[in-house]
Structure formats: C-alpha cells, structure tokens
Design a protein around this ligand. Structure first.
Ligand code: G6P
Length: 371
C-alpha cells in the first residue's frame, strides 16, 4: 500500500531514517563547510563578531532528543568558543526564572519547531531582550519564524516518533555553531579547526561504516531482547551520547534503561548491578579511556555483562568487555555521531524482537504541541 511505498522497501520508517543519515549529514554539512576555505558559512545566522562580543552567557534549550543534542552543543561551544553555556530542558528553564538580558544568547533546538515548552522558552527569552538562534528541521515552523537567526538541519521529513536523523544532523549543526562562534571569538586555532572540520566532513562515511554492522547488532539484540534493565555508562561526550542511546531504548523497546556518568557509578547504580545485568559502556573518549576501563572492571566484578563501544584502534577493550562494537577512529568530539547510530540500530532491533510498534510507540507523540 501507499505507506509501504513511502517506507522505500524498509520495514519501518525508523529503519529507513537510520539509513538516510549519511545523506542527511551530507546535506546538512556540505553547503556550510568549504574545502578550499577555512570558513563555515551558516546561511541565516547573522550574528556577527560585534554582537557576539556583547554576549556573556548562552543557554541551549530544548526537549527530548533535541536536549541531548544541546548537551553536546554546550560541551562544544564551551570548548571552542570559551563562552559559558548552560543546557536546559525547556519545561524546566521556563519555570525557574532564569537570568536573561540583552547579553544572553538563547539557542533553541527543535526538530518540529513547534514544541510547546520550547516555544514558550523562546518567547520568554525574547521578551527579556535575549538574542535567539534556532536549529530546526522545519522551514516555516514557529521557531524558524520567530528566532533572530536560524540554522536548518537538512534531514528531510522525519516520520518515526523516535528521532534519529534529526538528532545526528542537530549534532552536526551544534559542532558548526561551536566552530563558527570560536572563529568569531578567535578562540579556536587553525590546527584544531582543520582537525575537527576533517572529521565532520568524514562523519557521513563513518555512519555508512557503522550501518554495515547492522546484522551483527541485530544478532546481539535478538540474543538479549529479554533483558529487563540496561545501564549505560559514559564520560564526557560519551555520557551525553549514552543519554540518547538510553532514551531510544526505553522509547521503542520499553526496556527499563538508565544512563549514568560513569564516575557516578559508586554513588548509586552499582547497587543495582547483579549477575547478568547488561551494561553498555561508551569508551570513545581517548583521555577518559583508562577511567572507563576501571569502571568496566568494577561492574564485571559484580557479574555484569558488558557491551563496550570504542574506537577501532582501541582493541585493548576486548580484554575487559564481553562484547565490543567499534566506531571508526575519529576526532573525539565527533564520536557521538557514529556511536549513537549503533545505539539507534540496537534499540530498533530490540523493539522488533520484542514485537513492539517501532514507529508509533505507546503514549508518545512526534511533536508535543500542548504542555
Ligand atoms: C517528542 C518527540 C521526540 C523529540 C521531542 C522534542 O518527545 O517524540 O523525538 O525529541 O518531542 O521535539 P522537537 O520537535 O522540539 O525536537
């Protein structure tokens, strides 16, 4: 029927959209990153050096998956532009009397551009004189019309309730914004810029490579689909990526999952580790790898079954983990892009194996336009 035709041969929209990510990333990145110039051209972003110099605080505000992209945005903007950034959930931000004035930049992330709490946060900030920049997937959406600056994710229409290609393209936009602000500020050096730009340009290819592992991930999902609880652990960007992996899993497979910064293990979640508990350990951050290795040892000693995600060349992880899925070697900041794609595929096949309605999970909506 018509719906099947729209799925382009895939069983579900979610799987189709997972596979569309290399193209979505290319479309989002290529018109903005140039090969010949060390320049990033962000179409509708008019915020220039003079305006940016007046900004002393940035808030990134969003809901759900978009908020998870915002956390990576915070990390990247602070690293490259050295401006203090707070990432907040729109429904929390709007009710906590946040400190906003003309020196505030509010960055909103919203796939639909219509989420009620995100719109309310935008209007509150504008009223108090903040400049508003929006990252959205929908041209003509409320957010795109009301923001001062707009950067589109060129993901194309996203039908599945669980967001995939919108998220990875939001990440691409957050990296580009971070570099752009860093260049305006003069806080990012040439060498750093080249390295991260090269990795960003390579990200569609990295995603193609991890998608090739689909059948191995599927096999693993079919083996473990009966699991009751899953704990995700990570540090730095890996922690932010694990929040998204955990959300995907609970949304569509209804498996109870939690994501924890690995350093917090001893402050709670370790009490819940018993024989056979599945722990997914994200280990892509070079400087934090040793720390993650010790966390893996700690949960293994209590009987956990550990699945690690790591960079291809970090083979030592095989000595500690029960199962490893590799991402291509990359600049650490960009690692969440291929990492999350593995977690999307895992959540997808867990959902299929458990007989859930992948594209329309119970109680969830694609766009939450009422509070
Ligand atoms: C709903 C969707 C999520 C999405 C969130 C924010 O919960 O199911 O996939 O991340 O809303 O939506 P937005 O359109 O603002 O990105």
């Amino acid at each position: 029927d018509a719906a099947d035709a729209e799925k382009g041969g895939y069983e579900h929209f979610m799987l189709k959209e997972i596979h569309e990510q290399p193209k979505a990333l290319r479309d989002t990145l290529t018109s903005r990153l140039y090969d010949d110039k060390k320049e990033i051209v962000l179409d509708k972003i008019k915020l220039g050096k003079e305006e940016l110099d007046k900004i002393n605080r940035i808030y990134i505000v969003a809901c759900g998956t978009a908020y998870h992209a915002g956390l990576i945005g915070k990390y990247s903007i602070e690293k490259y532009a050295r401006i203090p950034v707070e990432a907040d959930i729109a429904s929390e931000f709007r009710y906590r009397n946040p400190i906003i004035d003309e020196k505030t930049l509010l960055i909103l992330i919203s796939q639909s551009g219509e989420t009620a709490d995100t719109l309310a946060a935008m209007r509150l900030a504008k009223q108090k004189g903040a400049r508003v920049m929006a990252v959205t997937n929908v041209v003509g959406s409320s957010v795109s019309r009301e923001a001062d600056d707009v950067l589109y994710t060129w993901a194309g229409p996203e039908i599945a309730v669980a967001s995939t290609k919108a998220y990875t393209t939001q990440l691409a936009c957050m990296y580009m914004i971070a570099l752009h602000l860093g260049m305006l500020k003069g806080t990012v050096n040439e060498e750093e810029l080249t390295k991260i730009q090269e990795s960003l340009k390579a990200s569609p290819e990295m995603v193609e490579k991890v998608i090739k592992k689909e059948s191995a991930i599927k096999e693993f999902a079919y083996d473990k689909f009966n699991v009751r609880d899953v704990f995700f652990l990570g540090r730095g960007s890996d922690y932010y990526a694990s929040l998204e992996g955990s959300l995907k899993m609970k949304e569509i497979s209804y498996i109870h999952s939690e994501a924890y910064p690995a350093g917090e293990l001893k402050h709670g979640p370790i009490a819940l580790i018993e024989e056979g508990t599945v722990v997914i350990a994200l280990c892509t951050q070079t400087e934090l790898l040793e720390k993650m290795m010790s966390n893996i040892k700690e949960v293994k000693a209590r009987g956990a079954y550990v699945v690690a995600l790591a960079k291809e060349s970090d083979k030592a992880i095989e000595k500690e983990a029960d199962k490893v899925f590799y991402i291509p070697d990359t600049q650490d900041d960009i690692a969440p892009i291929p990492t999350v794609v593995i977690l999307q595929i895992l959540a997808y096949y867990l959902s299929v194996a458990r007989g859930c309605d992948v594209d329309k999970p119970r109680n969830l909506a694609k766009s939450v336009t009422v509070e």
